[in-house]
Design a protein around this ligand. Structure first.
Ligand code: UD1
Length: 423
């Protein structure tokens, strides 16, 4: 039973040593969905062995693909049939927000797609209006009905000028994967600039797509007739890297993050330096060392290159034991402060008002049972357990497994006393 997994953390602890990063969850899942654009075998390297990859594999199988994952090699091979299925059922989609990424490729290839409205993390309302409007701008008829997004484009899609009112990662990806085989030129204005979006764009280019402006806020796509299967390596996971960076700072530790890309974490690392950490570049990654109690830092989450919402729980946890007062403002997902009530069970002094959290740092928290509400909150609470006196049990730990490979093992290798308990 997925619900019965907990992480038991004995604190306080200091983390020291090195971790090797896996491929990014949020890239791998999108690359897997985009493989649907070409008949034949696409090979993805550096794919993390996490639960979400298994769910996306099942979803692709339900559409007629053959999917083989080799955990030792971190390699995934997807064989896409000439005509994949066009309906992604609720029983799989509900488990994974990124399932919505099959929408663009299916409408592009088949002229029709039916995708159940996704579930995923409980972090906010997470609308799909930009996705639907984007497809409509490309000439599809798209609406939601009986819990499904239904899109049809019997005469194919046509390039269009699309402007997003917020640089949504998912909408940028769905529009990009729909437009790659549309007739003519598409521009996406106010596009998301996340490294995951760039990775997906480069993957599409290697399939034969014509795309420019990746990483900027205007992406231009000239449609091509056909795409070919390809081989691609997923980016290292910047959110996992950021999690380890905060873990080092919070525990006054010293962690070398092998495979970490500082350029993908410029603002979070700058914040850690303000908190007192020393960040140095190493041969194959970077190192974060903290020799003092962290100083409290104000944080505002924003689309990339701003401070990522996915690291907001770690920032709050660090501020909870930092010296001084701080304010953390969440601008991306309104439900992301839900875990603060759990953190307060560890004694943290935090007041939430709308999308602001005011934090008064304490020297140490005190261990207690808490519940993980999403992947990042779960990881943050485990880290909070490391700066708590006594035992913290993080229940619903399966959330953490959705985004982190060998989390407990890595923590133990860094010197912490952490175990997984299933009951
Ligand atoms: C992705 C990531 C998630 C990360 C987020 C921001 C996946 C599966 N998830 O989520 O981990 O936290 O990017 O970097 O890759 N919105 C709308 N209408 C839409 C689309 C989005 O209102 O049609 C809103 C959302 O409710 C949210 C904001 O826009 O408030 C950002 O959403 P978006 O960037 O789309 O995030 P996801 O792609 O869902």
């Amino acid at each position: 039973m997925e619900n019965s997994l907990s992480f038991e953390v004995h604190g306080p602890a200091r983390l020291e040593g090195s971790v090797t990063l896996s491929g990014a969850k949020n890239s791998a899942l999108k690359l897997m969905a985009a493989a649907l654009l070409a008949t034949g075998k696409t090979t993805l390297h550096n794919v993390p062995g996490i639960a979400d990859v298994e769910i996306m594999s099942d979803l692709l199988r339900s559409l007629g693909c053959t999917v083989d994952y080799d955990n030792a090699l971190q390699r995934l091979i997807i064989d896409v049939p000439e005509i994949p299925g066009h309906r992604a059922e609720y029983n799989l989609v509900r488990k994974l927000r990124a399932s919505i990424n099959v929408l663009g490729p299916l409408i592009a290839r088949l002229g029709k797609a039916e995708v159940a409205l996704p579930g995923g993390d409980a972090i906010g309302s997470r609308g799909l209006d930009f996705h639907i409007k984007g497809l409509a701008d490309l000439g599809a008829e798209a609406h939601s009905e009986h819990g499904y997004v239904i899109a049809t484009a019997p005469d194919g899609l046509k390039g269009a000028e699309i402007s997003l009112s917020f640089p949504s990662v998912g909408a940028t990806e769905n529009i990009m994967t729909a437009a790659v085989m549309a007739k003519g030129v598409t521009t996406i204005d106010n596009a998301a600039r996340e490294p995951d979006v760039v990775d997906l764009g480069e993957f599409l280019i290697s399939m034969g797509a014509n795309i420019s402006g990746l990483g900027s806020n205007v992406i231009t796509i000239s449609g091509v007739e056909k795409l070919n299967p390809t081989t691609h390596s997923t980016l290292p996971d910047r959110i996992v890297a950021g999690t380890w960076a905060f873990a080092a700072a919070m525990t006054q530790g010293d962690i070398t993050i092998i495979g970490g890309r500082e350029d993908h974490l410029a603002i979070p690392l700058d914040k850690l330096v303000q908190a007192g950490a020393v960040v140095t570049t190493t041969q194959d990654g970077f190192r974060v060392r903290m020799d003092r109690r962290p100083r409290a830092i104000d944080i505002v989450t924003l689309p990339y290159p701003g401070f990522p919402t996915d690291l907001q729980p770690m920032a709050i946890c660090m501020n909870a034991i930092a010296e001084g007062h701080s304010m953390v403002t969440e601008n991306v997902f309104e439900g992301r402060f839900m875990f603060v009530n759990e953190l307060k069970r560890l004694g943290a002094n935090i007041t939430v008002d709308g999308h602001h959290a005011a934090i008064n740092g304490l020297p140490l928290l005190s261990g207690a049972p808490v519940v993980a509400t999403d992947i990042r909150a779960g990881a943050g609470l485990v880290l909070a357990g490391l700066v708590s006196e006594g035992i913290t049990v993080v229940e619903d730990g399966y959330h953490v497994d959705r985004g982190y490979t060998h989390f407990a093992e890595n923590l133990r290798a860094l010197g912490a006393e952490v175990s997984r308990i299933s009951n």
